[in-house]
Design a binder for this molecule. Structure first.
Ligand SMILES: [Zn+2]
Length: 258
């Protein structure tokens, strides 16, 4: 791996099929790698975009194809709908055949609660594969930090990541959840700067991550993601916090050599 600068723990593939203003985004993995270079991002967790709306095997195949050309820089996370009877088998395929590194869940868009029993066998598969569970958070009613923490507590050996640090409305709850749950991580991604600073000053420094949400665009330039990386300078955080959030913590979770 090249010398680490920023390890971005929350990016997406383009929306190739989803019916939205982003539909048909045409940039590919090479464009995305060029964007990462321009933003000083050495490696990235890459989540599906279409799969959040339509969690199909095809969506997982497309994530695997996207990251496959850059196995040292891009780490694919699959997605499934926990209520589908095929969810466990699809997860096993994603870890066993597609080389996925984790599972992304979006309880709000995908329409389920983290308290449903179907989540437990899913967590067991992710843990057995040495994977990571990353969930969208920050949008009640189905995606709050304490709901996700309850699932993490039922699976204390599984690393569970709050994908958005509670966003604007629930960041205090997400911080409290991480403070009280040892296998829960918090990714500052879309979290406002004053909250990010507070989280870094008061949270467990070894379990805080950073993400840009890059990929949610119709073009490869990803200007807003570049702005989010630049914004860190205005947070007035210590070098130690910066090193932990941007390099040490994500590298340790992903098993990267440093
Ligand atoms: Zn996202």
């Amino acid at each position: 791996m090249c010398e680490a600068t920023v390890i971005d723990f929350h990016t997406h593939t383009p929306a190739w099929h989803t019916a939205s203003w982003l539909a048909g985004a045409a940039f590919g993995a090479d464009d995305f790698a060029a964007f990462m270079d321009s933003a000083g991002i050495s490696a990235a967790v890459v989540l599906s975009h279409d799969g959040l709306f339509h969690p199909t095997p095809q969506a997982n195949d497309e994530v695997a194809d996207f990251v496959g050309k850059y196995p040292d820089r891009m780490f694919g996370f699959c997605t499934v709908s926990p209520r589908q009877p095929t969810a466990v088998a699809e997860l096993e395929r994603c870890f066993g055949k597609l080389g996925m590194r984790g599972l992304k869940l979006h309880p709000w868009l995908q329409g389920f609660s983290m308290h449903e029993p179907s989540l437990d066998p899913i967590c067991e598969v992710v843990q057995a594969a040495g994977g990571i569970l990353l969930s969208h958070d920050g949008t009640p009613p189905y995606s709050t930090g304490l709901q996700i923490a309850a699932l993490a507590r039922r699976h204390p050996n599984l690393p569970v990541v709050l994908g958005h640090g509670g966003l604007h409305d629930t960041w205090r709850e997400s911080l409290a959840a991480v403070q009280e749950t040892e296998n829960l991580y918090l990714c500052i991604c879309g979290t406002p700067p004053y909250a990010a600073r507070h989280i870094l000053e008061n949270g467990p420094l070894d379990r805080i991550l950073f993400g840009t949400d890059a990929g949610l665009s119709e073009k490869a330039s990803q200007d807003y993601a570049v702005a989010r990386v630049a914004e860190i300078d205005g947070w007035r955080i210590s070098d130690r916090a910066r090193q932990a959030m941007l390099i040490d913590n994500p590298a340790r979770l992903l098993g990267l050599r440093q």
